[in-house]
Structure formats: structure tokens, C-alpha cells
Design a protein around this ligand. Structure first.
Ligand code: T3D
Length: 252
């Protein structure tokens, strides 16, 4: 695999988009957002019938790269509007089914990315950690929109906790569609995505468009509110201290 932050390869009509920063569990920096955007544009090509989004190494995606966040230029609202929210909307707007193959640890905005996909297949080694509250931040990347819809009750308690959900519990609570043994995840994702790629493309695209239509205004409004509140949270002393504590543990 190349050293690009995102790898995108078409195999048998399926575009595999792999977040590729395994040393930091595929944390999101600006280069990764932009590469993901380019990969999602590639997904609209005629040779792509379905998309799988996954991560290299033992992580799926752990949200914002906190090392980068320390040196953020501008405010968190602007950062979300510019880099995060366009990819969340692009996943929803894409006229192809997108399957998240959640291969491992997932935190913060990584949960938003997984939830913006149309289906979530999950390794039995996966773990979902909200992480926002531990960082004195608010849920963003659509997590405040998607998680209550997938989970129903318990979304507030979970999102404001530092509690991780293991794969089986995530499935029991509606966050993921299917859990498979880790060594089988790739094959199962290929099977599910391949089946979609062989279905009548226009009907699948229009089905997705119908589901998207009833969420469009509400999701975009929620993404904007997340961005506004994240600016306040990210400017707080509590966030500054939580970030410093995480980064000093890393160096120590
Ligand atoms: O503009 C905006 O508003 C930005 C939006 C932000 C939304 C968010 O995503 S906020 C949430 C950000 N993410 C986090 O707070 C998660 C931080 N990470 C963790 O809490 C833990 O790493 C995990 C619970 C996810 C996993 O723990 P574990 O024990 O399995 O792995 P680890 O040893 O902590 O991490 C492995 C490496 O990845 C480690 O690096 P090292 O020490 O081996 O060099 C660790 O520092 C690095 N890493 C993990 N998460 C991040 C990260 N590096 C940068 N950014 C990260 N988010």
C-alpha cells in the first residue's frame, strides 16, 4: 500500500477506500480529508458500483488528529465546515451504496464517518469510543444526527460518556448492522459490496436518494449547529487541558 493518507482501488466494480495512517489509528488531518474527498469523487465513475470505506492497521478512524488540532489555524467551526462536513454530505449524496468495514478502534469523528455510510459491517475486534466528552468537545461530523437515529434511547448517555462500546454491544444497540470475525471482514465486505455492485444501479441510487431526501435539511442544519458549538467547546480551558494531557501521555 502507498504512503498516501487514503488509498483508493477499484476491484471487481467495488471502490475500496482505505484510510491509511495506521500509526495514528487513521486520525484525520487536513491531507486525509482532502484525499478522502478526492476518493469519493472517484466513486462516481462508471466502473464503480459500490464503495467500501475501511482503515489500515488496527484502527478504523479515531477522529481529529489531535497533534494537528493543537496547531489549528482558525476556529473549529471553520475547520468542520471546510474539511469534515463536505465529506459527510458527500457520503450521503453519493449515488452508490457505501459500506463501512469497521476494522478496529473508532473514535470521535470516526464514528461520524462510519455512521454516514449506508451500512456498517464490523470486525469483532472493533470498539467505538465517543471521545468527544473526554476532550471537552461536542459530538460532530453528524454523530449528533446519526447516533440517536441508529441507537434511539441511550444516545445522549453514550455520546457524553467516555465509555467504549465493543462490537457486539454496538450491534445490539443498533449502531452496526453486522459483526464478523476480524479475519473475515474483508471478504464479507467484498461479498456485500459486490452484491450491491451487481444490482440495478439506478434503482439502488434512487433508493438512496429517497432516504437522503428526508434527511437533507435536518442533517445540514445539524452539521452547522455542531460546527457552531464545537467552536465554543474547542476554545474552552477544559479542552485545552484535555488536549495537553492526551499529547503529553503520547510523548511520555
Ligand atoms: O474542527 C474540529 O472541531 C475537529 C473535530 C474533532 C472531532 C473529534 O474527532 S474529537 C475526538 C478526537 N479523538 C480522540 O480524542 C481520540 C484520542 N485517542 C484515544 O483516546 C485512544 O487513542 C483510543 C481510545 C482511540 C485508542 O486507544 P488505544 O490504547 O487502542 O491506542 P493508543 O495507544 O492510544 O493510540 C495508538 C497511537 O495512535 C498513539 O500514538 P503513539 O503513542 O503510538 O505514537 C496515539 O497517540 C495515536 N492516536 C490515537 N488517537 C489519536 C492519535 N494521534 C493523533 N490524534 C488522535 N486522535
Amino acid at each position: 500500500m502507498s504512503a498516501e493518507p487514503v488509498d483508493a482501488q477499484v476491484e471487481s466494480g467495488v471502490l475500496w477506500i482505505t484510510l491509511n495512517r495506521p500509526d495514528v489509528l487513521n486520525a484525520l488531518d487536513v491531507a486525509t480529508h482532502l484525499a478522502l474527498r478526492a476518493a469519493l469523487r472517484r466513486a462516481a465513475a462508471d466502473d464503480v458500483g459500490a464503495v467500501v470505506l475501511t482503515g489500515a492497521g488496527r484502527g478504523f478512524c479515531v477522529g481529529q488528529d489531535l497533534e494537528e488540532f493543537r496547531n489549528l489555524v482558525g476556529d473549529a467551526s471553520e475547520h468542520l465546515r471546510r474539511y469534515y462536513n463536505p465529506n459527510i454530505v458527500a457520503l450521503r449524496e453519493l449515488g452508490r451504496p457505501v459500506i463501512a468495514a469497521v476494522n478496529g478502534v473508532t473514535a470521535g469523528a470516526g464514528i461520524g464517518l462510519a455512521c454516514a455510510c449506508d451500512l456498517r459491517l464490523c470486525s469483532d475486534q472493533a470498539r467505538f469510543t465517543p471521545a468527544f466528552a473526554s476532550m471537552a468537545l461536542v459530538p460532530d461530523s453528524g454523530t449528533s444526527y446519526f447516533v440517536p437515529r441508529l441507537m434511539g434511547g441511550g444516545a445522549f448517555a453514550w455520546l457524553t460518556s467516555g465509555t467504549s462500546l465493543e462490537a457486539a454491544e454496538a450491534q445490539a444497540r443498533g449502531l452496526v448492522d453486522e459483526v464478523v470475525p476480524a479475519p473475515e471482514l474483508r471478504a464479507r465486505a467484498a461479498e456485500v459490496a459486490g452484491a450491491y455492485a451487481r444490482q440495478p444501479r439506478a434503482a439502488v441510487a434512487m433508493s438512496k436518494r429517497l432516504l437522503r431526501s428526508q434527511e437533507a435539511v435536518a442533517l445540514e442544519r445539524q452539521l452547522e449547529l455542531e460546527a457552531q458549538l464545537q467552536r465554543v467547546a474547542a476554545a474552552s480551558e477544559a479542552h485545552r487541558q484535555a488536549l495537553a494531557a492526551f499529547l503529553s501521555r503520547r510523548r511520555g
